[in-house]
Design a protein around this ligand. Structure first.
Ligand code: F6P
Length: 350
């Protein structure tokens, strides 16, 4: 058996743990030959691959990023204005691949499903993103590490904010979904948590800040990059490459600061965490989850269950059809238990 392996989309902590688990499982369980494809689908377009052996994936479990490289702009269906999917399918055949494992987010899953449909080799998907927004999957690896990083940042920002009696705004990533801001906001004791799923009211946030400063307390605001005020638009600093509709994200902490400052006597400061949330070594939870996902992907391959993405549902490993997750996003539902919990302990959700 000859299996191709690629990491697509933005990187995240735990990718190397998956590469290691897939490769070791396949070599050990069925003596498969594993071919690493460089820089995601770009490696299939530009014909850049290398063999992955046991030694190549040893010692990489705890290393951030991906040893294969990745790309979030290369789609075989729209490469420099052309559809090169037929060339990519031909190259897969030349390589003698029996199947391909694509580790990525919704963009990667969409391309994987489409390539399968136009005659590409059978695929198995592994869900990856710090945003935790992949449909059909309750935990993507990388999310736990991002939440830990943001929680640590919130705690640090809180002590300096408290010393100065300031309102401190911390902006997280997360794209269209508020999972990172919600979980880290709760873990980091934020007073205000703002998500893309709930439009916020600046006057209400100002009231929270004033009430806290009257008691000589700083206010900690955790805002997701996709959050916006009621009646407002998303901000314009960054476009997410490969999005089905290219909404623009980022810069929301500075916008909120500008909106709040005229309403308050306290000073307001904004911190944008950015890519620090995607870097570094995965948490133990993400190492375990990524290893389980990689091992499960190898099991699906051995059983010939193609066109599926490994997943976690109800805390159990399983798989869903790739086609059912392609092009979907999983946002925080209005009835999510953590939202009710946050409100009941007095967190302002906008
Ligand atoms: O999807 C992961 C993510 O980090 C989002 O949270 C963020 O909006 C986006 O990728 C950033 O993409 P880039 O690295 O291309 O700026």
């Amino acid at each position: 058996m000859r299996i191709g392996l690629l990491t697509g989309g933005g990187d995240c902590p735990g990718l190397n743990a998956v590469l290691r688990a897939v490769t070791k499982s396949l070599i050990r369980q069925c003596g498969a030959e594993v071919i690493g494809i460089e820089d995601g689908f770009l490696g299939l377009i530009e014909r850049r691959v290398r063999p992955l052996g046991w030694d190549d994936v040893s010692g990489i479990l705890a290393i951030g990023g991906t040893i294969l490289g990745t790309s979030n702009t290369a789609s075989p269906f729209a490469w420099r204005g052309a559809d090169v999917s037929a060339d990519v399918v031909a190259y897969q055949r030349e390589l003698g691949l029996d199947a391909l494992v694509a580790i990525g987010g919704d963009g990667t899953m969409t391309i994987a499903a489409r390539l399968g449909a136009v005659g590409g080799v059978p695929m198995v998907g592994v869900p990856k993103t710090i945003d935790n927004d992949i449909a059909g999957c309750e935990r993507s690896f990388g999310f736990d590490t991002a939440v830990a990083t943001v929680t640590d940042a919130l705690e640090r920002v809180q002590t300096t904010g408290q010393s100065h009696g300031r309102v401190m705004i911390v902006e997280t990533m997360g794209r269209y979904a508020g999972w990172i801001a919600l979980e880290a906001g709760i873990a980091g004791a934020a007073d205000v948590i703002l998500l893309p799923e709930i439009d916020y009211d600046v006057a209400r946030i100002a009231e929270v800040c004033r009430a806290r400063s009257a008691r000589r307390r700083a206010t900690l605001v955790c805002i997701a990059e996709g959050a916006k005020p009621a009646g407002g638009a998303m901000t314009v600093e960054r476009t997410v490459a490969g999005s089905p509709d290219p909404i623009r994200l980022g810069g929301v902490a500075h916008r909120l600061r500008a909106q709040l400052q005229p309403l308050l006597a306290s000073e307001v400061r904004a911190t944008v965490l950015g890519h620090v949330q995607r870097g570094g070594s995965p948490t133990p939870f993400d190492r375990v989850l990524a290893t389980q996902y990689g091992n499960e992907a190898a099991r699906l391959l051995r059983r010939g269950e193609f066109g599926r993405m490994v997943t976690l549902q109800g805390g159990r490993l399983s798989s869903v059809a790739l086609a059912s997750v392609a092009g979907q996003n999983r946002c925080v539902p209005a009835d999510h238990a953590l939202l009710a919990c946050a409100r009941e302990i007095g967190v302002c959700l906008g």
